[in-house]
Design a protein around this ligand. Structure first.
Ligand SMILES: O=P(O)(O)OC[C@H](O)CO
Length: 236
């Protein structure tokens, strides 16, 4: 669950707000480099290729694969059985923890890839999205909460693809805090807790919704800036 606090395999280490994609403006530098006579060219470090099939990305994919297993447990006995509710919570918790582990592994072993930058937030969204829709279908969470979060999460994913020609927007600190808040709030709603907890559950969910909206607006601004920079680079 601290997943979100550390980010996934796609996260640049406290990185810039975006990184250039292989097809992006970095390519424009190539003719300039080619113009330098070979014997005057500074020695460049060997380019290192991070394999896409690495342990961090495999954990990200396994998080995706846990989604249907989680849903099956949640909907057993129409979500009314305490045991199956706890099983669903446990699967959700394990899947969320893989977000923490893949981020640590990616940074520790230099396994950061563009695939991870895109797949990690998508895996998070698939997990939290399925939990929110599941809770709303069961009548345990109002649909407006699920809709507000879904619109933001789908919107940010589309935004990432919209600017991908110019660069990858990795998860920001705010985005990671948002995911942590969502995971905590969803975890509370999944647990079969007594009514006494309702105000607390809603406080945590309120924080999650607020962070979801604020960070969504922040990503829109980042995407617009990145696209404008990319377009300028293509013109010059
Ligand atoms: O808000 P996003 O889309 O950057 O997602 C953040 C990630 O879920 C953090 O792991």
């Amino acid at each position: 669950m601290s997943a979100a606090a550390t980010g996934g395999p796609g996260e640049a280490v406290e990185g810039p707000e975006c990184t250039e994609s292989p097809a992006g403006p970095a390519d424009l530098a190539q003719p300039v480099a080619a113009a330098v006579p070979e014997h005057h060219a500074p020695a460049l470090p060997e380019p290192t290729q991070v394999p896409v099939l690495n342990i961090a990305n495999m954990l990200t994919v396994s998080r995706l694969l846990l989604v249907p297993v989680f849903l099956a447990a949640l909907f057993t006995e129409d979500g009314a059985d305490t045991f199956w509710r706890l099983v669903a919570w446990a699967i959700f918790a394990v899947a969320s923890v893989t977000d923490h582990i893949d981020g640590r592994l990616a940074r520790k072993h230099g396994l950061i890839t563009d695939f991870g930058k895109i797949a990690d937030p998508i895996a998070d969204k698939a997990l939290t999205g399925s939990a929110l829709v599941g809770l709303s279908l069961l009548g345990d969470l109002p649909w407006w909460v699920t809709l507000v979060i879904a619109v933001r999460e789908i919107g940010v994913t589309l935004l990432r693809f919209w600017v991908i020609r110019h660069g990858v927007i990795p998860a920001s600190r705010g985005g990671k805090a948002k995911t942590l808040a969502q995971v905590l709030a969803i975890g509370l709603f999944l647990l079969p807790l007594p009514a006494l907890f309702v105000p607390f559950n809603w406080t945590v969910m309120g924080i999650a919704v607020a962070l979801t909206v604020v960070t969504g607006v922040d990503y829109v601004i980042r995407a617009i800036r990145l696209r404008a920079r990319g377009k300028r680079a293509l013109v010059t």
